[in-house]
Design a protein around this ligand. Structure first.
Ligand code: FAD
Length: 298
């Protein structure tokens, strides 16, 4: 049955995609998660802003998702409102900067930069998140991170005031930023440099190949399950603890890359939580290092 808020949203914003009882497993790369009461897909940063204002009038606090590539959604779903940003994906060239809306796929933004002969964003090619999710997580790979390229980010704060953060105010640290659950990132500008377009594109292809060779991309996952500890690499520690292939229900420590936990089919959020905790415990017993989760549990 259509609820009042969904009906009101359809009336107030006729262009907005409103889905009810939408399975979150279809919006997370782990393919786990029960239904969201309402799942909304605004088509631009402008529509996202309008939507946030409307929800606020209803006293409704939405959960924001990009591509769901770093999250674990509950089996019972979410009895509330989820906004998925990936249709707000405009990308524009501004001199040597690339400006993009929060839902733009990071790989697409990176490819766009390459097509324009701009260098600096090659590291991001192949990270399966959106720009918004990448800023929240300060996503990084192969020696680069969002911190290196972000000139500014525009966002709505908890009071829905439009803000722009730049420099130190972005609060970037390893897999961390200033952005908390109350903030909604709308768009950002990435500052790049003029380079050799062919070399940029070749580097992107090389990094994509490295990922294919080392990561279990053929299985659903949320990337590295744990952050890199000061003492070394999580994957090496998990491997040394003899956990490659360790399985709980449908969840398994990847044989190909011990830092990834994959969904071998039918994994539940409970399987995932248990395997994450078991791995943490076993690595701690073996090495004395307490791994910190990178995957966010919703
Ligand atoms: C195969 C694979 C490989 C990966 N490789 C890497 C890698 O090399 N490096 C790396 O850093 N990560 C990697 N990841 C993890 C993931 O892709 C990144 O963390 C990515 O930046 C998450 O983006 P997302 O859009 O999917 O965010 P989501 O998972 O949708 O969300 C992550 C967090 O950001 C919040 N959020 C998302 N968008 C917004 C917004 N617009 N405003 C406010 N909050 C928002 C969400 O509420 C959530 O808390 C990998 C994942 C997979 C599956």
């Amino acid at each position: 049955m259509t609820d009042r808020l969904a009906k009101a949203l359809r009336e107030a914003m006729p262009g907005l995609e409103v889905r009810e009882e939408e399975p979150l497993r279809e919006h997370t790369t782990l393919h786990i998660g029960g239904p969201a009461r309402r799942l909304l897909l605004p088509a631009s940063a402008g529509e996202l802003t309008e939507l946030c204002a409307l929800l606020r009038r209803w006293g409704e606090k939405p959960l924001i998702l990009g591509n769901g590539s770093n999250v674990l959604a509950p089996d019972a779903g979410i009895d509330g409102t989820v906004i998925v940003t990936k249709k707000a994906e405009a990308v524009t060239l501004r001199g040597e900067a690339v400006e993009a809306e929060c839902g733009a796929a990071l790989t697409r933004v990176s490819a766009f930069a390459g097509e324009q002969g701009l260098t600096g964003l090659e590291f991001a090619y192949g990270i399966p998140g959106t720009l918004g999710g990448a800023l929240v997580m300060n996503a990084g790979a192969y020696g680069g991170e969002m911190k290196d390229v972000t000139a500014w980010a525009e966002y709505l704060d908890g009071e829905l005031r439009l803000r722009r953060a730049e420099g130190d105010a972005l609060g970037f640290a390893y897999r961390h930023s200033r952005f908390g659950p109350e903030d909604v990132i709308l768009r950002a500008s990435l500052s790049l440099r003029r380079g050799d377009g062919e070399a940029v594109r070749a580097r992107c292809r090389e990094l994509a190949e490295k990922r294919r060779a080392s990561q279990p991309l053929e299985w659903p996952s949320a990337g590295s399950a744990f952050k890199r500890p000061r003492e070394g690499y999580a994957a090496a520690m998990i491997d040394r603890a003899g956990l490659k292939g360790y399985t709980v229900g449908g969840a398994q420590v990847s044989e190909k890359h011990a830092g990834f936990i994959i969904n071998r089919g039918g994994a539940t959020a409970e399987d995932m939580k248990k395997i994450l905790e078991d791995v943490r415990q076993r690595v701690y017993e073996r090495t004395g290092v307490l791994l910190e989760r990178e995957i966010r549990i919703l």
